[in-house]
Design a protein around this ligand. Structure first.
Ligand code: GTP
Length: 202
């Protein structure tokens, strides 16, 4: 793909983006970080407050996994044929952030080598209970070479962008020759993502 086509692809104005490519994306992270809520926000454009019963996996082309330990063996099977993973922590929950390294270790063990990974710091709307700074998420993501953004399944902030960026990356890989200029998912995310406002309270 030449640079001009790549540019229009990045802007989403390219005809190429209308081709259909099916892929499997799964959401992973500790219990309660908001995986199901994020998926519901993306799918239905709304936030349904309160806990869903712990998720085992729902009938959707994007798979949502349970964060609970007892479902781990089920999760391992999901990893194998996933092309992309949205890895979530909750910015108000330190252990969910600390566990990201363990999730990444597991992902590297069970997922495909070229799986697309994106780190998401969810619940960015709850600024008064924040315990993980945005910079900490950035630093961790940089260490693992993955794109990062903060999201809110409640307000919808960056939710569509997360799925769109994954879809663009996978579609790009499927449709074009690897020797051409590469779609830079991190640059795309950095140019499009919104930052939570510093002083808004949920
Ligand atoms: P498991 O299925 O147990 O793995 O949990 P999960 O990761 O799917 O989390 P779930 O979507 O069930 O959300 C857990 C709780 O956090 C619920 O009470 C949600 O309403 C709440 N929640 C999820 N995302 C957000 C968010 O972005 N902002 C706020 N304020 N609350 C959220």
């Amino acid at each position: 793909m030449d640079q001009q086509r790549l540019d229009s692809y990045q802007r989403g104005t390219s005809r190429d983006f209308n081709e259909h490519v099916l892929h499997k994306t799964i959401l992973v992270g500790d219990s309660g970080v908001g995986k199901t809520s994020l998926l519901v926000q993306f799918d239905q454009g709304k936030f349904i407050p309160g806990s869903f019963s712990a998720t085992v996996g729902i009938g959707f082309t994007i798979w949502d996994t349970a964060g609970q330990e007892r479902f781990r063996s089920v999760t391992h099977a999901y990893y194998r044929d996933a092309q992309a993973l949205l890895l979530l922590y909750d910015i108000t929950n330190k252990s969910s952030f600390d566990n990201i390294r363990a999730w990444l270790t597991e992902i590297h063990e069970y997922a495909q080598r070229d799986v697309v990974i994106m780190l998401l710091g969810n619940k960015a709307d709850v600024s008064n209970e924040r315990v993980i700074r945005s910079e900490d998420g950035e630093t961790l993501a940089r260490e693992y070479g993955v794109p990062f953004m903060e999201t809110s399944a409640k307000t919808g902030m960056n939710v569509e962008l997360a799925f769109l960026a994954i879809a663009k990356e996978l579609k790009y890989r499927a449709l074009w020759h690897p020797d051409g200029p590469r779609f830079q998912i991190r640059d795309f995310v950095e140019s499009q993502k919104k930052q939570p406002s510093c002083c808004s309270f949920s």
